[in-house]
Design a protein around this ligand. Structure first.
Ligand code: AMP
Length: 300
């Protein structure tokens, strides 16, 4: 089976949700993306943790089909992010970011990973995302994610990265900020002109838009009765999407749309539990059931 290579953060997250604190739970963009992608294809993870990273977490990732040859264990502590959500979970503030071993991270792609056909550049410094691409032999498909921090301080590098990726994933706020356009259709056009033939603009609980060639595709998020923890939903969406593309090896417009649905299915599980709890408990039957729910939701 074709593997998906995923680079990004592997973290401890301290989450304040609805008056409760969840200290140092498993998080990170590569963690969420890898667990989601591994529902569809084998995953090769590239990242860094410290000596404090527990065996239980590495075992969990391995048991999901994630190859950790590229997970460096550096001296120091694992990256730690702390955030507090508003009561309605619609917004959050970052309380602290302890980069720890992430501060000096230079991704080294193991030889056995260099021919990976499907590559996801999770949210890290665009300079590091470029370094990853420099170490990979002709990938068939590259997806890049980013965040407002890099749009602020690495605009030129992000622009350079765009010329080397097939799919760029941003949320609506980031797309507006990066392109200086309020209108998302115009923003997507500008983003596509920088290189990526495919642009996805995520709109959180309102779903996602895919722009490809002269078409757009809009998908709602699954309306859920209860949302517990939105952390990692975006990474989960992107991970599942590329994992599904790797498994199907089909970049036709219809299959891209199906990939978006699988991304949204896994994101819907992600937000139903704290950390990766629900993402790991969902099985293939659950995933297929929600895929059908999406079909009904959007059919008329
Ligand atoms: P999301 O909710 O999709 O924005 O992703 C949340 C994840 O991003 C958390 O699990 C954090 O550990 C991770 N994260 C937060 N800040 C950063 C950062 N500056 N660099 C890399 N990962 C981060």
């Amino acid at each position: 089976m074709r593997p998906t290579l995923i680079v990004g953060s592997v973290a401890f997250d301290t989450l304040h949700l609805g008056g409760q604190c969840h200290p140092k739970v498993l998080g990170g963009s590569a963690t969420y993306a890898s667990i989601a992608a591994a529902h569809f294809s084998p995953v090769q993870l590239v990242g860094v943790v410290g000596h404090d990273f527990p065996d239980a977490a590495t075992q969990l990732l391995r048991s999901r089909g994630v190859d950790l040859t590229g997970l460096e264990i550096a001296s120091g502590e694992t990256f730690h992010w702390e955030g507090r959500y508003s009561d309605d979970l619609s917004s959050r503030e970052t309380l602290r970011t302890d980069l720890n071993v992430f501060a000096d991270f230079r991704p080294k792609i193991p030889n056995t990973f260099r021919s990976a056909p499907f590559v996801m550049l999770g949210n890290i410094d665009p300079n590091l995302q470029i370094e990853v691409l420099d170490q990979i032999e002709k990938p068939a498909f590259v997806l890049a994610d980013t965040m407002n921090l890099w749009i602020d301080i690495r605009h030129a590098e992000l622009t350079k990265l765009c010329s080397r990726v097939n799919m760029l994933v941003m949320n609506d706020e980031e797309a507006r900020q990066f392109t200086d356009r309020a209108n998302l259709v115009q923003a997507a056009k500008i983003l596509r002109s920088l290189g990526p033939e495919l642009v996805i603009i995520k709109k959180g609980e309102h779903g996602a838009l895919l722009f490809h060639e002269d078409q757009a595709f809009a998908l709602p998020a699954l309306p859920l009765g209860q949302v517990v923890d939105p952390t990692g939903a975006g990474d989960t969406f992107a991970g599942a999407l590329i994992g599904y593309l790797a498994r199907s090896n089909d970049l036709s417009p219809n299959n891209l749309r199906r990939a978006l649905v699988y991304g949204s299915v896994l994101a819907s599980f992600c937000v139903e539990g704290v950390s990766v709890e629900r993402l790991t408990s969902a099985n293939t039957a659950d995933v297929n059931h929600r895929f059908e729910q999406f079909r009904q939701l959007t059919s008329f």
